[in-house]
Ligand binder design. Structure first.
Ligand code: CTP
Ligand code: MG
Length: 235
C-alpha cells in the first residue's frame, strides 16, 4: 500500500579524521563544550520533516554511547565502511526494512557542525517536487588557477560555473542506492552523493547554502567552527 514519502537522514561519522589529527576523532571533538556530532545532529533532530536518523559509526567507536543523542528513539546506528560512500551505503542498507524507494534520504557529514535549520528547510523545500534531488552548495568566490603540474599557473578557470558542494544532500532512497551500487560496480571513487547521481546521467539541483556551513577538515577549522556556533547562538 502506498504511503506519503518519508524523509530519513544519514549522518556519516565513521571517518578517521586524518587531516584534523589529535587523539579524539574530529566528529567527537568538543566545540563550545559539546561534541561536533551533537552539533551536526541538532538541525536534523529539530526538523519535524525528518522521520528518522541513521548515524554511521566507526567499527570500534566507544564514544557514541556517551552522547545524549544515543538515547533518542529517532536515531539508530550502523557500522560505517572504509570510505565515505561505503558508510552511506551501509546506512542505506540498514534502512531497507523501513524505507521505500521514493522516500527521501538526507545525507549529512558529522564533520559539518554548523548546519542551520534554515538551510536544511531550504534544501527540503527546493527539492520537494524535484525528479532528481539536490544539494547545498555555494558559488566559488575566488579567482581559480589551474596548476600546470610544476607549480605555475597555466590559466585562470571560469569560476562563474563552479560551485562548492556542501552537505546535506538529498536524494530518493531507491535512486541513491542504485547510484552508489553503480559506483562500487565501476570501482569509481565518489566524494559525495551528488557525484554518484551525476554518474547516472542526472543533474542534481544546486541549492545555495550558507558559507558558514563549514567542514572540520584541519585543526584551524575548530576556531572557525566555534566562532560560527557562538555567533549562531545569538541569532
Ligand atoms: N566518513 C565516514 N566514513 C568514512 C570516511 C568518512 O563516515 N570511511 C565521514 C566522516 O566521518 C565525515 C565525512 O564523512 O563526517 C566527511 O569526510 P572527511 O571530512 O574526509 O572526514 P575524514 O575522512 O574523517 O577525514 P580525513 O579525510 O582527513 O581522514
Ligand atoms: Mg576523508
Amino acid at each position: 500500500m502506498s504511503r506519503p514519502a518519508r524523509r530519513w537522514a544519514v549522518v556519516v561519522a565513521a571517518g578517521r579524521g586524518e587531516r584534523f589529527g589529535g587523539s579524539t576523532p574530529k566528529q567527537y571533538t568538543l566545540l563550545l563544550g559539546r561534541p561536533a556530532l551533537s552539533w551536526s545532529l541538532a538541525a536534523l533532530l529539530a526538523s519535524p520533516a525528518v522521520d528518522g536518523v541513521v548515524v554511521a559509526l566507526a567499527p570500534r567507536d566507544r564514544r557514541w554511547k556517551r552522547l545524549a543523542e544515543s538515547r533518542s528513539p529517532r536515531i539508530s546506528t550502523c557500522v560505517g565502511g572504509d570510505r565515505r560512500e561505503a558508510s552511506v551505503s551501509n546506512a542505506l542498507l540498514s534502512l531497507a526494512a523501513r524505507a521505500h524507494d521514493d522516500d527521501w534520504v538526507i545525507v549529512h557529514d558529522a564533520a559539518r557542525p554548523c548546519l542551520r535549520r534554515e538551510d536544511l528547510d531550504k534544501l527540503i523545500a527546493a527539492t520537494r517536487r524535484d525528479p532528481v534531488g539536490g544539494l547545498l552548495a555555494i558559488p566559488v568566490p575566488d579567482t581559480l588557477k589551474v596548476n600546470d603540474g610544476r607549480g605555475r599557473s597555466a590559466r585562470t578557470a571560469d569560476r562563474s560555473v563552479l560551485w562548492r558542494a556542501l552537505t546535506p544532500q538529498i536524494f530518493r532512497y531507491g535512486l541513491l542506492r542504485r547510484a552508489l551500487a553503480l559506483c562500487v560496480e565501476r570501482e569509481r571513487v565518489v566524494t559525495d552523493e551528488a557525484s554518484a547521481v551525476e554518474a547516472l546521467g542526472l543533474r542534481p539541483r544546486l541549492v545555495q547554502g550558507r558559507g558558514d556551513n563549514i567542514k572540520l577538515t584541519t585543526p584551524a577549522d575548530r576556531v572557525l567552527a566555534e566562532a560560527i556556533l557562538r555567533a549562531g547562538r545569538r541569532t
